[in-house]
Design a protein around this ligand. Structure first.
Ligand code: ZN
Length: 322
């Protein structure tokens, strides 16, 4: 299941292909996604220019504007990839260090001006469990939910065999922000602030695993990176929030940031698959899915596996005492 680093990797792979391009044709599949794509939306997005692609939590946001109103249309750049860093607070994809861009996306981003709102739309994509983008028609048509043909002839396919993913259309940036507010999406992991995070943790009797999986506490973490963060912070994931000390909370915040930064640098944990966007290198994980193998922290104990809140949980009994 894709988590923040995997989604960020997809965003970075999509950007150079799609940003600056006009959508020439749209085809949608017949089977319904978790939140169904409306066939009427095909005509709404055809003819729009892709202004930018960014991420929030595990969500992908595709910014669309009418070509005659689009800032890119007025000042078109030859290098589509460089557009990512132009304009207001856009995520940069040319740097090796992901953190400045990641911060920009959620924190420094200016609200759109009224002129930008006019004629602009947003596509909001969630990959669910098996959602993937590809430039070629890899999978059976039944698994293909949306195909965008761009003005350079390239095609972007969205597949989702298990259909837990979704693509929805939002009328404006404001509309999208309201949507995020309604779901009370928490801060990005790299923007996590110590005091509000500690207050949230210490004031609950829920276990750490459940706290960190809660997208309202921190956006974008899933089972893999919660296991990894707890191992690096040396705290047991079954500990109740109200039993954590201030220094443990501090370690946890630092560990979450370290784990996420490294994972983005390694392009997530999914295996590379030719033709698909996203994916990357072999797993290089500390705890997740390593039951019975030596702990990378103490190298004396073996990683153990238990189930907490219905999810597989990996920990080192020495480094992460209960
Ligand atoms: Zn250990």
């Amino acid at each position: 299941m894709p988590e923040l680093p995997e989604v960020e990797t997809v965003v970075r792979d999509l950007r150079p292909l799609a940003v600056g391009r006009i959508i020439r044709a749209v085809r949608s599949g017949k089977k319904k996604l978790r939140t169904p794509w409306k066939p009427a939306w095909n005509a709404r997005i055809a003819g729009m220019r892709i202004e930018g692609i960014r991420r929030r939590g595990k969500w992908i946001i595709v910014e669309l504007a009418s070509p005659n109103l689009s800032p890119l249309g007025r000042a078109r750049r030859s290098d589509a990839a460089s557009i990512g860093t132009a304009g207001e607070g856009r995520l940069g994809d040319s740097t090796d260090d992901p953190s400045p861009g990641l911060r920009t996306a959620s924190a420094v981003r200016k609200p759109p001006s009224p002129q930008r709102e006019e004629g602009s739309l947003r596509l909001l994509v969630h990959l669910g469990m098996t959602g993937r983008f590809s430039t070629v028609a890899h999978e059976p048509a039944a698994h293909r939910h949306l195909v965008l043909t761009l003005d350079d002839g390239a095609e972007i396919h969205f597949f989702d065999p298990r259909r837990f993913g979704s693509i929805t259309l939002h009328e404006s940036e404001t509309d999208l922000q309201k949507h995020f507010q309604r779901m009370r999406l928490g801060p990005e992991p790299l923007d996590l602030r110590l005091v509000p995070f500690c207050v949230a943790v210490i004031n609950t009797t829920r276990n750490l695993k459940a706290i960190l999986l809660d997208q309202q506490i921190v956006a974008g973490l899933g089972n893999i990176y919660v296991n990894e963060s707890c191992h690096l912070a040396k705290v047991h994931p079954s500990r109740r929030g109200n039993t954590l000390t201030q220094s443990e909370c501090r370690r946890l915040v630092q560990s979450i940031k370290d784990v996420i930064r490294k994972a983005i640098q390694r392009r997530g944990t999914t295996l590379a698959d030719e033709g698909y966007l996203g994916g990357g290198f072999q797993k290089r994980l500390r705890a997740y899915d390593r039951a019975g193998q030596p702990c990378r922290g103490c190298s004396t104990s073996l990683i153990e596996r238990i189930v907490i809140s219905g999810r597989a949980t990996y920990f080192c009994p020495t480094c992460q005492p209960r």
